[in-house]
Structures are given as C-alpha cells and as structure tokens.
Design a binder for this molecule. Structure first.
Ligand code: GLN
Length: 239
C-alpha cells in the first residue's frame, strides 16, 4: 500500500503554465524521503476515492472551468469534507476560483463553485499577467507567475496565503494573495509553484503524513540548492 495518495483533479482541462509540475514535485520530494506515492487522476465522470491524502488541481481557461463545473459540484460534499477534516491540498487559479463560491466571467456567465473556500471571483476589465512575489509568515517568500481575469475577494474571516510584494494577487488592490484554510491552499501562482517553493511542497507532504502518524515531527532535509536557485532567479525577474 502507498504511504501517500495524491488526487489530481482534471489534469486535461485544468493544466496551465506547468501546473502538472506540482504533482511531480510532491511525488519526488516524498519519494526522496522513502515514501511510496500513488497519484490518482480524476477525470470527468470518475468517482473520487474515499481515502485521499493530498488534493491538487491546476488552472484553466474559462471554457475549461465550464466543462468541469458540473462534475466538480457532483463531488462537492466529499471534497469539502476532506478539506474540513484537514486534508492538505493546493488549487491554482481556475480551480482556486471554483473551490470558492463562484466565478463570474467577462461575458457575464456565472460558473458555480463548491464553496469549500470562503471567497468569490468576478472577472475584471484587464488580465493580470506577470511574475509575482508574495510573502507569508509560514513560508517566507513565494514566487510564481499569474495570468487571470478574475478578481477574487476573500470573505472577511478568510486568511490569505500571502501578501503581495510584486504583482497583483487576488485582485490587484488589497495586496492579498490566495487563501489558506486549515491545511488547504488556494493561489493564483502558476509556474509551477511547488518546485521553486519547496517549503510549500513540504508543508503539504508533512501535513499529509502527520494525519496518518502524528509522531512525525519533521521531514528529512533534502539538498535544495537547485530549487532555491530557481527560486532566486524567479524572485529577481522583472514583472
Ligand atoms: N479563467 C480564469 C481567469 O481568467 C482562470 C485562469 C487561470 O487559471 N490561469 O481568471
């Protein structure tokens, strides 16, 4: 039996700007520490298994989001339960928006989300595009790339994933980026985010392992020279 089961949501419809790389980073970083990892791809019409350790979903165009809308809603109760119970996960851009209440597109189409994260998104007049740097108390500096029309507003009691240092983030005005709810992260950062922000990857892996074995206090350190070099190159790019 695998030590960790990763659920990869809609790999065909939701995979922009290297988002699949996040799965590779999670898998390898766990395997390098001796854990066995199984990745389950969830495609339209599939049933999400009861037991999942980490949830991941990438970004997509408005048309991709419309395609998955119904299937995601069919699985909403199970996904919400996983998140509320503390299952760690990461959803990027298009799926971040649909894990919130809704995304209203530029042509006034309202794509319903599942309300697992307390935020909603309405498309703005210009796309927010470019390299982005944010900072967070848990993870320090986080780097990525954003490209979205959606402007996301967090509910009053929601906590952002980070504060914008360079770029737009949730909406280009309030300096918030993403959301952190229990062990679950929603973010606009593509790139992909995890290979060059290994602390975020390890947060997800550690939380997943600790839910199975609370005696695990930390992960074995890895040589992150390459990852940290990639991080610093990204951090020093102009917007
Ligand atoms: N279609 C959404 C938007 O434009 C999400 C884009 C994305 O996932 N990069 O806001």
């Amino acid at each position: 039996m695998s030590d960790l089961t990763i659920l990869h949501l809609y790999p065909k419809e939701m995979n922009l700007y290297g988002d699949h790389g996040n799965i590779l980073a999670l898998k390898r970083r766990a395997e390098w520490r001796g854990y066995q990892v199984k990745v389950i791809e969830h495609h339209l019409g599939d049933t999400i298994p009861k037991h999942v350790d980490i949830v991941f979903g990438g970004g997509g165009q408005d048309s991709g989001q419309s395609k998955i809308e119904q299937d995601l809603r069919n699985n909403a109760a199970h996904i919400k339960e996983l998140i509320d119970q503390g299952t760690p996960g990461l959803v990027v851009c298009g799926l971040y928006q649909l894990f919130g209440e809704y995304f209203q597109t530029n042509d006034q189409q309202k794509i319903q989300g599942i309300g697992a994260l307390r935020c909603h998104t309405i498309a703005g007049p210009t796309r927010l595009i470019g390299n982005i740097v944010i900072s967070s108390p848990e993870f320090g500096e986080i780097v990525g790339y954003e490209n979205h029309s959606g402007l996301t507003q967090l509910a009053k009691d929601s906590r952002p994933f980070g504060t914008v240092v360079q770029g737009a983030g949730n909406n280009g005005t309030d300096l918030t980026e993403g959301i952190l709810y229990k062990n679950f992260i929603g973010t606009y950062l593509h790139g992909p985010i995890l290979p060059k922000n290994p602390r975020v990857a390890d947060f997800l892996i550690l939380k997943a392992l600790q839910r199975k074995d609370p005696s695990i206090k930390r992960l074995k350190a890895l040589n992150d020279n390459v990852e940290l070099h990639a991080h610093s190159v990204a951090a020093n790019r102009p917007r």
